[in-house]
Design a protein around this ligand. Structure first.
Ligand SMILES: Nc1ncnc2c1ncn2[C@@H]1O[C@H](COP(=O)(O)OP(=O)(O)OP(=O)(O)O)[C@@H](O)[C@H]1O
Length: 262
């Protein structure tokens, strides 16, 4: 009998790996990754540079084919780029000749050739939620880096994707903006729940935002640990001073800086 849909994990990776170089003497980028992500769960991925975090994200997005194992979304194999996935990269790549509102609406026009009043109303509501209401008619170069990145997030959310994949989305921002935009992302996620995979180099950011943190090993990237972040929500600046926050970040730090001792 088929497993009831509600019991199935939403995004499932079973023995997933990828090698860029077919030469067997060169190790694969990632190998043997098993991961079940639940619907509307926020999973952060951390690991040393080059351990295969982006490779993993690209396989879930359907932009890269695994060379071992299988990626499924809601029980169906991922075999190409998916419509229900929104991706946010390190740089928002806004179109400089369109204002903020038009940039946000651009993917709809690109995909369907047009957008309607309802789409515009949703764009305005999301821009307001992201604190960008007053900047809707501004051009991208009139915005700070943090605001531009918020526009990029709103643009990804407007397509209402089931899955939001974020590849170091805040790494180009200064520390204060970065913390604030993290909380903004959590508010947007709580208003419009999505399944999120969030790659970051910041251990603190991973713990502050996520339900679980996947810690990857050096190349070839494997799962070193998958940590439940049992900190209450909503997360705030007070979360950072919680003793449990310190314990969790220490545990991850040990994995990354003293992998043989962990
Ligand atoms: N197109 C490619 N061709 C060959 N090797 C690649 C390609 N893309 C990535 N790699 C290699 O695969 C490994 C994993 O790369 P990936 O970008 O997934 O790691 P990452 O953990 O996201 O890195 P970083 O934290 O530095 O962004 C690295 O050793 C990288 O050099």
């Amino acid at each position: 009998m088929a497993e009831p849909a509600v019991n199935r994990s939403f995004v499932k990776l079973a023995g997933v790996g990828h090698r860029y170089d077919p030469n067997p003497a060169i190790p694969p980028a990632v190998t043997g990754i098993d991961l079940d992500i639940h619907r509307h769960e926020f999973v952060a991925v951390v690991g040393p540079s080059g351990c295969g975090k982006s490779t993993l994200l690209r396989m879930i997005a359907g932009l890269l084919k695994p060379s071992e194992g299988r990626v499924t979304v809601f029980g169906r194999a991922v075999d190409g780029p998916r419509d229900d996935v929104g991706i946010v990269f390190q740089k928002p790549t806004l179109l400089p000749w369109l204002n903020v509102r038009k940039n946000v609406l651009f993917p709809l026009r690109h995909k369907y050739g047009r957008y309607n009043r309802e789409d515009e109303a949703r764009a305005d509501a999301l821009l307001a939620m992201a604190g960008l209401e007053a900047f809707a008619r501004k051009m991208p170069d009139e915005l700070s880096g943090g605001m531009q990145q918020r526009v990029g997030i709103v643009r990804a959310l407007l397509l209402n994707p089931d899955i939001l994949l974020m590849d170091e989305p805040f790494s180009a921002l200064d520390a204060m903006t970065r913390e604030q935009i993290g909380f903004d992302l959590l508010s947007l996620w709580q208003e419009q729940p999505k399944t999120v995979l969030f790659i970051t180099h910041s251990i603190a950011e991973a713990v502050l935002l996520a339900d679980r943190v996947l810690v990857m090993s050096r190349r070839p990237g494997t799962v070193l640990d998958l940590i439940d972040v049992d900190l209450p929500r909503p997360r705030t600046t007070h979360t950072i001073s919680d003793a449990r926050f310190g314990e969790l970040t220490d545990r991850i730090r040990k994995h990354i800086y003293e992998p043989d001792a962990a």
